[in-house]
Every structure is written in structure tokens, then in C-alpha cells.
Design a protein around this ligand. Structure first.
Ligand SMILES: Cc1cc2nc3c(=O)[nH]c(=O)nc-3n(C[C@H](O)[C@H](O)[C@H](O)COP(=O)(O)OP(=O)(O)OC[C@H]3O[C@@H](n4cnc5c(N)ncnc54)[C@H](O)[C@@H]3O)c2cc1C
Length: 378
């Protein structure tokens, strides 16, 4: 296989964190890459997310997904460092752990069982009693019974990460362009390129990284359309004094994520309502009820932002990665709740497949749906 420098251009469709991270990785390896988005780059789910890196706190039971998320967590600091160096923008990675709080006996028993499982897996953690929990996080409700701090997890400012990737790609002379019309063109066997508002652009490889919209990219044969469905998530942000909440915390039914700019993000709802992305009274009430139950002292702070985004959900909650039945047409979508965590690992896996032909684990390819007899197409 020729080196990436000698091969034809790679076109990435979709400039969210998945598409931008892939373009960054491919360019680092010497490829010629261009990215096309229908709208403003880095402004869809990748902008709306909370940016948690919760590979362990998510308690993912599915083994391939568990391994993927843990590999992603391990590699994330080096990725952020590369992006920071290439862009001169710091995406504010925090790895001070994630706190899960318990407010009833059943919750406490769950945390104790979880601590035993983490110990067995050799994962650093601290199990705290009520006093320890309130010392670590004084904003917690006074009826807290205990908390579990899982080490080495944390968050990244996903909006800054998007900006940093765009700046890095500009410095690396990678075109990231907006074209309302983007159609993929194929011959009988393989992909040929994309048609944008500037005309036809030949490409050796086209990667669909269009998030929740991935099944709807124009020109693609039915059998190559991934079964991805939008899952709406609403969020809000409060303005809090410095360090009022120190860690990302799961409070039972909602989470809070502190940002260095003084905002405290509160999320998130989860609804399958198609492409309706309105912020609703009911969604916001749900978030406020839950966060003020777990941390009542937040009630006096200003509500400074409310927004929503569409997660790319899949039937088995795994992403859909790699080759399709048409040569040169690849997928990098369906990252559902963990696309920020998974962006760098996804980029590595796709780049390995493109550069060296290293196949991606069958647990993540589109073919798994056909093999299971499930319908392909959302
Ligand atoms: C409220 C909320 C909270 C979340 N919190 C977290 C979290 O804490 N941690 C975490 O890891 N993940 C989180 N996620 C999930 C994460 O945001 C997503 O999995 C991830 O952003 C998906 O990235 P993406 O690049 O695939 O999609 P997107 O960011 O949605 O980008 C897709 C891009 O494709 C473009 N596009 C669409 N159609 C076309 C087309 N036909 N042609 C060209 N371009 C097209 C869109 O305009 C968009 O820019 C959260 C998501 C939401 C909504």
C-alpha cells in the first residue's frame, strides 16, 4: 500500500469532533485531507456536549464498548497535548476524577458494589462517607450518605477542543469548508468523490462523519446507510463562584460539570423526538428539579445559558466505524453519549484502516447489523 502522502485526497463529511479529529490525525500522518460541512463547523452535538470523559463512571457493560472507552480515556491526554501544541489553544483537560453521590441506602449500596468492582479492575477510586463527601464537595445536599470518586476521569471543554482542532487544521493547510449541498458519487464498485457547490471533487476515500445526520448524506446507496437516530439532549449552565463545585459530579438523574470560565454545566435530558432540537420548559424543569435536589445551594445562582443537541444514537449504543460494502466509503458515526471521549480513538482506528488496511473490530462495523438480520437504514 502506498504511503498516505502518495495517495489521493481523503474527504471527510461532517466537521464535528469526530470528523475534525480524523482530519487532524490523517494530516499528521501525511495525508491530503479536506473536510466539508453543511453548516458551521464544530457547532452541532460536539458543541452541545458536556465534555465528560466518563469511561468508567458510565459503567459500560458491553465488553467491546468498555474496552474502546477505556482505551480512549487512556489516550486522551496525549491527543489534547498534540492539539494544544498544533493550535496554541488549550482545551482545558481536567483529570481530577468524577464524583458519584448517593442520597439513599440503595444508592449507597450501589456505590459500595461499584467501588469493589473498580478495586478488582485495579482502577483508582476513593469511597467517601457523608462527611468525606461534604468535605470534598460542600455544594452537595446535606442528606448525602456517601460518594465515590473515580480517579483519572474528568472533562474537556468540548467547545474549546472544536476551536482548537479548527485552528490546528488551518495551520496544517487542511480545508474545512461549508457547502449546503454535498453529494457522494460512486461507480459500480467504489466511491469516486463528492459534489459540492463548487463542483465535483475526486477523492480516493470519503468518510461519513455526519453525526446524527449520517444516514441522510445524499448519493449514498441504501446498503451503506448507517442505522443512526438523533437522541436529543437539553442542557443549561449556571454562573457560579470559582470552585463552588470542584469536580464533575453525578447526582442521580443529572450531572454537573464545572468549567474554568465560571460556568457550571447541568445535563442532560434524553429524548427520541427526531430532529426537533427545541429547548423546552419540561426539559429545563427536569434538569433544575434534579440538580437542586442534589445540590440545593446552587438555587441562588444565575441561569446563564440553555441549549440542546442531537446525539447520534445507534440500536446497540456502539459507534459505527470503518468500511462499508463500497470500496473507499467509510463511516465514523453513531457515537451517541460518548463522542467527545471517543473522538481521538476513533480517529486512530480509522486512520489505521485507511493507512495500513488494519481492519476495525467487527463489533463496530456496519456489517454487524446485516449479520444480525437487523434492518440497515434509519
Ligand atoms: C447534551 C449532550 C451532552 C453530551 N455529553 C457528552 C459528554 O459529556 N461526553 C461525551 O463523550 N459525549 C457527550 N455527548 C455526545 C457527543 O456530543 C457526540 O457523540 C459527538 O459530539 C458526536 O460528534 P460528531 O462529530 O459525530 O457529530 P456532530 O458534532 O453532530 O457533527 C456532525 C456534523 O456533520 C454535519 N453534517 C450533517 N449532515 C451533513 C451533510 N449531509 N453534509 C455535510 N455535513 C453534514 C453537521 O452540520 C455537523 O457539523 C453529548 C451530546 C449531547 C447532545
Amino acid at each position: 500500500m502506498n504511503s498516505l502522502e502518495e495517495r489521493g485526497e481523503i474527504v471527510v463529511i461532517g466537521a464535528g469532533l469526530i470528523g475534525l479529529s480524523l482530519a487532524f490525525e490523517l494530516r499528521r500522518r501525511g495525508a491530503r485531507v479536506a473536510v466539508f460541512d453543511r453548516f458551521e463547523p464544530a457547532k452541532a452535538a460536539s458543541w452541545a456536549a458536556a465534555g465528560m470523559l466518563a469511561a468508567r463512571t458510565e459503567e459500560i457493560a458491553d465488553e467491546p464498548m468498555h474496552v474502546l472507552c477505556n482505551d480512549a480515556l487512556e489516550g486522551f491526554p496525549a491527543f489534547v497535548e498534540r492539539v494544544r501544541e498544533a493550535s496554541a489553544i488549550d482545551p482545558q483537560l481536567r483529570r481530577d476524577g468524577i464524583v458519584q453521590a448517593a442520597f439513599d441506602e440503595a444508592g449507597l449500596t450501589r456505590l459500595q458494589a461499584r467501588a469493589s468492582a473498580l478495586a478488582a479492575a485495579g482502577v483508582g477510586h476513593t469511597l467517601l462517607d457523608a462527611r468525606g463527601a461534604l468535605t470534598l464537595e460542600p455544594a452537595l445536599a446535606s442528606n448525602v450518605l456517601g460518594a465515590l470518586l473515580t480517579h483519572d476521569e474528568g472533562s474537556v471543554d468540548n467547545r474549546l477542543l472544536g476551536r482548537a482542532l479548527l485552528a490546528a487544521l488551518a495551520r496544517m493547510h487542511v480545508q474545512v469548508a461549508t457547502s449546503e449541498e454535498i453529494e457522494v458519487e460512486f461507480d459500480a464498485r467504489r466511491v469516486c468523490g463528492v459534489r459540492t457547490r463548487w463542483g465535483f471533487r475526486p477523492a480516493e476515500i470519503v468518510v461519513n462523519a455526519a453525526g446524527a445526520w449520517a444516514p441522510h448524506v445524499a448519493g449514498v446507496p441504501e446498503e451503506c446507510r448507517p442505522p443512526v437516530e438523533p437522541v436529543k439532549g437539553e442542557m443549561l449552565a449556571l454562573a457560579m463562584p470559582h470552585d463552588f463545585v470542584r469536580h464533575t459530579m453525578w447526582l442521580g438523574g443529572c450531572y454537573v460539570v464545572p468549567r474554568t470560565d465560571g460556568r457550571l454545566l447541568v445535563g442532560a435530558t434524553g429524548e427520541r423526538v427526531g430532529f426537533d432540537h427545541r429547548v423546552t420548559a419540561g426539559g429545563q424543569r427536569q434538569l433544575l428539579d434534579r440538580v437542586l435536589t442534589g445540590a440545593p445551594s446552587l438555587a441562588g445562582f444565575a441561569l446563564v445559558e440553555q441549549w440542546s443537541g442531537l446525539r447520534p444514537g445507534t440500536p446497540d449504543e456502539r459507534p459505527i466505524l470503518g468500511a462499508t460494502s463500497r470500496d473507499g466509503y467509510l463511516l465514523a458515526t453513531g457515537h451517541y453519549r460518548n463522542g467527545v471521549l471517543l473522538c481521538a480513538r476513533t480517529a486512530e482506528l480509522l486512520a489505521d484502516e485507511i493507512e495500513r488496511g488494519t481492519p476495525i473490530d467487527a463489533a463496530f462495523t456496519l456489517a454487524r447489523f446485516a449479520e444480525n438480520g437487523a434492518a440497515v437504514g434509519a
